[in-house]
Ligand binder design. Structure first.
Ligand code: PMP
Length: 396
């Protein structure tokens, strides 16, 4: 029995959502989320996962997860600040700090709640946050939760950042000012200009926060976008996820000892939500070790991405401004992007459409995530399908 008000709300809003074409249909994957996936009994080449290095199904991570479950059990038993801090959590945090070149790190249960918790633990009413207009939803929500004044900065526009930083600091109205940006933007694959950001931040005394969800395990030989620019000592928050290239689940901030101490006493998901499972912590730790000891995983990712991107362009597709493995195929029209994705899936390539409001109106696209586990045969097969379907739909 559902309350009348809830039934009315759901009925009206589900219809509205459907009318706007914003209703999410959810495909169920039968088995592992690897370079190929099974959906409704059909094997598809998978270009939709963030599993950049193929680590989500790596035997060494699986072994680490099983061994941790045998040692610690499957649940951590409490929030971190009561008695849910196991030695495997600290080992993971120390490994993240070493990998990122910082004094310490704090691990969260997801990247999303890491952003929600870390931003709002530091930024408060009376502060201002300058935020790139294409930042991820978890950054937007974390900024809102903080109560700080939010000022949108034009995407990757350093002149706009400087003008707004100047205006905000000279106004004298705010206690502190942060600039927050994705390290690699998830819809276009472009890279934040960390060197220019650092020099503007120094000039205007900005706190700097880089969400490197899509840069960790990809840029800077795996250590991330900040490392790529050799700016580890100049970025206050190096945030990232354990869910994409790392292949598991979770989020983290790497930074100074004092910052991490503060976050551990103030970030609400750390205080009030049960810690990462021991298995996830152990697998994530193993993942970073694998990456450090075997540079060929990251190299393979780039080799595959460069091959796939080059061939798509040669076929005649517009892949936008991507500088990373994230490979959008820009279609423009939203309905055509949806039709194109359906036709690709029908033909054997699983690649999803990304349309307004996730990206600006008129820039509908198919987003491809080539990864280190794709074989050349898989990519060539997918490219042949791209060529055929694109011609059939008049896109190329
Ligand atoms: N930040 C960015 C830029 C992301 O792309 C994502 C993942 N969609 C997140 C944060 C959230 O990470 P998680 O999936 O680990 O919660």
């Amino acid at each position: 029995m559902v309350a009348d008000s809830l039934a009315r709300f759901l009925e009206e809003n589900l219809i509205a959502l459907n009318d706007k074409g914003l209703f999410n249909t959810i495909d169920v994957i039968e088995g592992a989320n690897g370079p190929e996936i099974m959906i409704e009994g059909r094997k598809l080449i998978n270009f939709a996962s963030n599993n950049y290095l193929g680590f989500a199904t790596h035997p060494e991570l699986i072994k680490a997860e099983i061994e941790a479950a045998e040692t610690y059990g499957v649940g951590a038993g409490a929030v971190r600040t009561i008695n849910g801090t196991l030695d495997i959590h600290r080992a993971l945090e120390q490994k993240i700090a070493e990998f990122k070149g910082t004094e310490d790190a704090i691990a969260f249960q997801s990247g999303f709640n890491c952003n929600m918790g870390a931003i709002s633990a530091v930024m408060k009413k009376g502060d201002a946050i300058l935020s790139d207009e294409l930042n991820h939803a978890s950054i937007i929500d974390g900024c809102r939760l903080s109560g700080a004044k939010i000022i949108r900065v034009k995407h990757q526009d350093m002149a706009d950042l400087e003008a707004k930083a100047k205006e905000v600091t000279e106004s004298g109205e705010y206690n502190k000012v942060m600039y927050i940006t994705d390290g690699v933007f998830s819809m276009d694959g472009d890279v934040a200009k960390i060197d220019e950001i650092v020099s503007i931040a120094k000039k205007y005394n900005l706190i700097t926060y880089v969400d490197d969800a899509h840069g960790s395990g990809v840029m800077g030989a795996g250590a991330g976008t900040v490392k790529h620019f050799h700016m580890q000592e100049h970025i206050d928050f190096q945030m990232g996820t354990l869910s994409k290239a790392i292949g598991v689940v979770g989020g983290y901030v790497a930074g100074s000892k004092q910052l991490i101490t503060w976050l551990k006493s103030q970030a609400r998901p750390f205080l009030f939500s049960t810690s990462l499972t021991p298995g996830a912590a152990a697998a994530a730790l193993k993942s970073i070790e694998l990456m450090q000891n075997n540079p060929e995983y990251v190299e393979k990712l780039w080799e595959n991405a460069n091959y796939f991107k080059g061939k798509l362009q040669a076929i005649g597709y517009d892949i936008g401004v991507s500088e990373t493995p994230i490979t959008p195929v820009i279609i423009g029209d939203e309905a055509l992007a949806q039709t194109f994705s359906k036709a690709l899936i029908e033909a054997g390539v699983y690649a999803k459409p990304i349309v307004y409001p996730t990206v600006p109106l008129g820039t509908g696209r198919i987003r491809n995530m080539p990864n280190a586990a794709h074989t050349k045969e898989m990519m060539d097969h997918a490219l042949a399908i791209y060529a055929k379907v694109g011609k059939e739909l008049g896109i190329i």
